[in-house]
Design a protein around this ligand. Structure first.
Ligand code: AQP
Length: 348
């Protein structure tokens, strides 16, 4: 079994409304990667249930969100006929490989994960074991396909480093049987994180120090992909900024997180640099800049929201895409996991 050289894997949790951060930080990259790579994009439903039920909303909501994330993938331009789109729980190799990785990763490694600390909050004793082991499942998601590249937002950097550590330790721990099985350079690749583009960390509209997030209780903190034009305009109008006009150069955005966030969003949506935005809007008040940003956001997001609404009217068609994708994903993961079982010493 030869090592793929350009296989992309990434996922999005069906935990609620997809927002501008997911779109700019991840989904637009997913779309671009299709031009140069074989891509596998996953709605990671097993990950969604690691959080409190209040966050993912219970069974009906989970199914709805799974359709919705898939609709966002398709509406944004992911082609499920040329690439693979599926939901994680339909391919059992993710959970099975994750168990092996639970036995490879060290407690000390997981104890350092900042996302667990943030999501578990103060009541860590009450967090699920799944939330703690989340990065091992994420490593399994990627390595079940021996994927080489993983486009993600900045918040996932630490988990990607852990994935590489797990791959490396597996390759070391089983070096002999890996070599006996005919693999000269280890079995798992060390996947490259692709944290690129102008908006790898979009911040909350209510708090420039916090990441825009699906689970933020304030809907005003984020622009959802299915928000209508009035909602988008209202959220941008109410975005927390400061009373100063915009600076003419990006250096002037330091210490101004609210302003920096809006300029970053403008640049990402317009496909230009922040310098270019400030060359046009430097010296302008937010009363001028915010309506211009709202107009741009509506222009770029409305077609996606409209297409998502259209796709959501036929959930059976979305499910066909997911089932077909799961079969094709399974066809890749099954022989890889079979090799893993042999390498570990399980009877196959
Ligand atoms: N604010 C963001 N800016 C840029 N990229 C982001 N991503 C998430 N938030 C931002 C990227 O979107 C992809 C999918 O994220 P996810 O749904 O799997 O998990 P998450 O990072 O936990 O996203 P949320 O929205 O913050 O969800 P909750 O509230 O459930 O925790 C990832 O590539 C992520 O980096």
């Amino acid at each position: 079994m030869s090592q793929p050289v350009n296989r992309v894997f990434s996922g999005v949790q069906p935990t609620g409304n997809l927002h501008l951060g997911n779109y700019l930080g991840a989904i637009t990259r997913f779309v671009e990667m299709q031009r140069s790579h074989d891509c596998i994009y996953c709605v990671v439903d097993l990950h969604a249930i690691t959080q409190d039920r209040a966050v993912w909303g219970g069974p009906e909501r989970l199914a709805h969100s799974t359709y919705e994330v898939t609709a966002a993938f398709l509406a944004a331009g992911i082609d499920p006929t040329k690439h693979i789109v599926f939901n994680q729980s339909r391919v059992p190799e993710h959970a099975e490989l994750a168990w092996i990785f639970n036995c490879i990763a060290r407690l000390g490694w997981l104890n350092r994960m900042t996302q667990f600390k943030e999501k578990a909050g103060k009541d860590r004793e009450n967090a699920s074991v799944g939330l703690f082991a989340y990065p091992n499942l994420m490593a399994a998601d990627i390595l079940a396909y021996r994927a080489t590249h993983v486009p993600v937002g900045d918040d996932q950097k630490q988990h990607l480093e852990l994935t590489r550590d797990i791959a490396q330790k597996f390759n070391n721990d089983f070096a002999d049987s890996i070599r006996d099985a005919g693999y000269e350079d280890g079995f798992f690749p060390l996947p490259e994180p692709l944290i690129v583009g102008p908006a790898t960390r979009v911040m909350s509209l209510r708090d420039g120090a916090a990441k825009m997030s699906k689970s933020d209780p304030s809907d005003l903190s984020r622009i959802n992909l299915r928000d209508d034009a009035d909602q988008i305009a209202k959220k941008i109008r109410k975005a927390r900024t400061d009373p100063e006009p915009l600076p003419s150069e990006t250096a002037g955005l330091a210490e101004r997180p609210g302003a920096a966030n809006l300029v970053g969003i403008f640049a990402a949506l317009a496909g230009c640099s922040q310098d270019k935005v400030l060359s046009e809007f430097g010296g302008a008040q937010f009363s001028v800049f915010k309506p211009a940003l709202a107009e741009l956001a509506v222009e770029k997001l409305s077609p996606i929201g409209a297409e998502m609404n259209r796709l959501m009217a036929d959930k059976a068609a979305i499910d066909e895409v997911l089932k077909d994708g799961a079969e094709r994903a399974h066809a890749i993961a099954e022989p890889i996991y079979r090799e893993v079982r042999k390498i570990v010493g399980f009877l196959v």
